[in-house]
Design a protein around this ligand. Structure first.
Ligand code: ADP
Ligand code: ASP
Ligand code: MG
Length: 411
C-alpha cells in the first residue's frame, strides 16, 4: 500500500463534470488500497477573475487583502471534490491551508512554506479518509492567510508529499507530461520519459510554467519522487529524477524554455571607472528589483554601455531608478525596451559537448534573428531576442537540436 499525493490543476477541476471525473479517479486509487492526499487548484480562470476584481478597486491591491481573497478559489474546489468523493461512498474531508496548518512566512502573494503539521492528515489517513487540501495557500505565524505565488498548488503538493514522506507526488494537468518545449507553441514537441531535477529547475525558472519553480526546488531538496501526468488520459507521464544517465543516446539538450516576462534597460555613455556596475545596480537592488541578465560593452571614448533585464512588472520602477543614477553619474542616456523575449536551451548533456552555443547562434542566424544578449551556465544557454521572433526562434532551435517528433504517416 502506497501513500500518494495527487495534485490536480485548474483545468482538471474547471467544471463540475471534471470534478466528478477527478473523484472517480481518486476512488480507483483508493480501491487499489493506496492512501491518498489530494491537492487542488481553483477552477481554471478563477484566480485571474478574483485578481481582476481587486484591480477594479486598486491598481496595486494591498497584498494581505489580496491573499484573503484569492485563496477563496481553492476553498471552493476542495469542498466540491470532498462532496463528490463522499457521494461515491469514499470517506473524505477537506481542509484549507490554515486548517492543516501549512505555516509560511509573511511575504503575502509569494510566501514560502516553513513547516507543515502532518498530525491531522495522518489521523485522517489512518481512519481511512481521503484528505483534500487547498493548494496555493498557507497561514503565517500571526494567523494571516498567505498565498504561495502563481502556480503555487504544485508547491503545496510537493511540500505535503515531503512532510508525509509520500511514495510519490503526482502532478495531474492538461498535458501528459513535460515536453521538450511547450507543446502549445511547437506541435512537434515530444514528451520526455524522464528529466533531471536540475534540468527541470532550469526549465521552470527560464519560463516553462508546467511546474512552479519552488515545487521543483522542494522536490529536489527533500528527494520527493515527482511525476507529471495527464488528468484524464492514461500514460506514464514524465518522471523528475536525480538520475543522469550517461547513455550514448543522451540528447545534448533536453528542452527549450522561453518567457516574455522581461524588459531590457540600457544606460549609455557611462564614464568607465571601477565600481560602475555597483553604482548602476546598487540602487536597483536597493529598490528590491531583481536583475536577470547583464551585459557591459566598452566604447572607444572611455565610456561604457551597460544593459540589464528585469521583470516587466518592475520595468517602470527600474527606469525611474536608472534615470536618477544616470543624472548622478553623468551618463549620456537611458533607453528601455519591453518588446523582448528570452529563449533558453537546457540540458545536462551540454557538459560533455562543445559547440552547443554556436550551434544555437547558427540556427538563429539562419532565420535572420538578431541576438541582443547572451548568458550561459553549465547546463543552459539563454539569449534575448525581439519578442516578435520568439515562436520562430523556438521552432528553429527545436529542429536544429533534433528534438522534433518524427512525422506520423500522412503528415
Ligand atoms: P495546471 O493548471 O494544471 O497547473 P498549467 O497551465 O500551470 O496547468 O501547466 C500546464 C501547461 O504548461 C500546459 O498546458 C503547457 O501549455 C504549459 N507548458 C509550458 N512548457 C511546457 C513543457 N515544457 N512541457 C509541458 N507543458 C508545458
Ligand atoms: N490557483 C492558483 C493560480 O492560478 C494556484 C495554482 O493554480 O497552482 O495561480
Ligand atoms: Mg500550474
Amino acid at each position: 500500500m502506497a501513500l500518494i499525493v495527487q495534485k490536480f490543476g485548474g483545468t482538471s477541476v474547471g467544471s463540475i463534470e471534471r470534478i466528478e471525473q477527478v473523484a472517480e479517479k481518486v476512488q480507483k486509487f483508493r480501491e487499489n488500497g493506496d492512501d491518498i492526499v489530494v491537492v487542488v487548484s481553483a477552477m481554471s480562470g478563477e484566480t485571474n477573475r478574483l485578481i481582476g476584481l481587486a484591480k477594479q478597486i486598486s491598481e496595486q491591491p494591498v497584498p494581505r487583502e489580496l491573499d484573503v481573497m484569492v485563496s477563496t478559489g481553492e476553498q471552493v474546489t476542495i469542498a466540491l471534490l470532498a462532496m463528490a468523493l463522499i457521494k461515491r461512498g469514499v470517506p473524505a474531508v477537506s481542509y484549507t491551508g490554515n486548517q492543516v496548518r501549512i505555516l509560511t512566512d509573511s511575504s503575502f502573494t509569494k510566501a514560502r512554506i516553513l513547516q507543515i503539521d502532518d498530525q491531522r492528515l495522518r489521523a485522517d489517513l489512518k481512519a481511512g479518509r481521503v484528505v483534500v487540501v487547498a493548494g496555493f495557500q498557507g497561514v503565517d505565524e500571526h494567523g494571516n492567510i498567505t498565498t504561495l505565488g502563481r502556480g503555487g498548488s504544485d508547491t503545496t503538493g510537493v511540500a505535503l508529499a515531503a512532510a508525509l514522506k509520500a511514495d510519490e507526488c503526482q502532478i495531474y494537468t492538461d498535458v501528459d507530461g513535460v515536453y521538450t518545449t511547450d507543446p502549445r507553441v511547437v506541435p512537434k514537441a515530444q514528451r520526455l520519459d524522464k528529466i533531471t531535477f536540475e534540468e527541470m529547475l532550469e526549465m521552470a525558472s527560464l519560463g516553462s510554467k508546467v511546474l512552479q519553480i519552488r515545487s521543483v526546488e522542494f522536490a529536489g531538496k527533500y528527494n520527493v519522487p515527482l511525476r507529471v501526468l495527464h488528468s484524464f488520459q492514461e500514460g506514464p507521464g514524465t518522471l523528475i529524477t536525480t538520475d543522469e544517465e550517461e547513455s550514448m543516446e543522451q540528447p545534448i539538450i533536453s528542452g527549450i524554455a522561453f518567457n516574455r516576462d522581461e524588459a531590457k534597460l540600457t544606460i549609455r555613455g557611462v564614464p568607465d571607472n571601477p565600481g560602475v556596475a555597483f553604482k548602476i545596480l546598487g540602487p536597483i537592488s536597493a529598490a528590491n528589483i531583481e536583475v536577470d541578465m547583464i551585459v557591459q560593452n566598452i566604447a572607444h571614448d572611455n565610456t561604457t554601455d551597460f544593459t540589464f533585464t528585469v521583470h516587466r512588472n518592475d520595468y517602470l520602477s527600474a527606469m525611474r531608478v536608472l534615470e536618477n543614477t544616470a543624472r548622478e553619474i553623468g551618463a549620456r542616456e537611458v533607453i528601455g525596451d519591453t518588446d523582448i523575449a528570452k529563449v533558453s536551451i537546457v540540458g545536462v548533456g551540454m557538459r560533455s559537448h562543445a559547440g552547443v552555443a554556436s550551434r544555437m547562434f547558427e540556427a538563429l542566424a539562419k532565420e535572420g534573428i538578431n541576438i541582443q544578449m547572451i548568458s550561459t551556465s553549465e547546463i543552459k544557454v539563454s539569449v534575448v531576442i525581439e519578442e516578435k521572433y520568439l515562436e520562430l526562434a523556438v521552432r528553429a532551435l527545436h529542429t536544429a537540436f533534433e528534438l522534433d517528433a518524427p512525422a506520423r504517416q500522412g503528415e
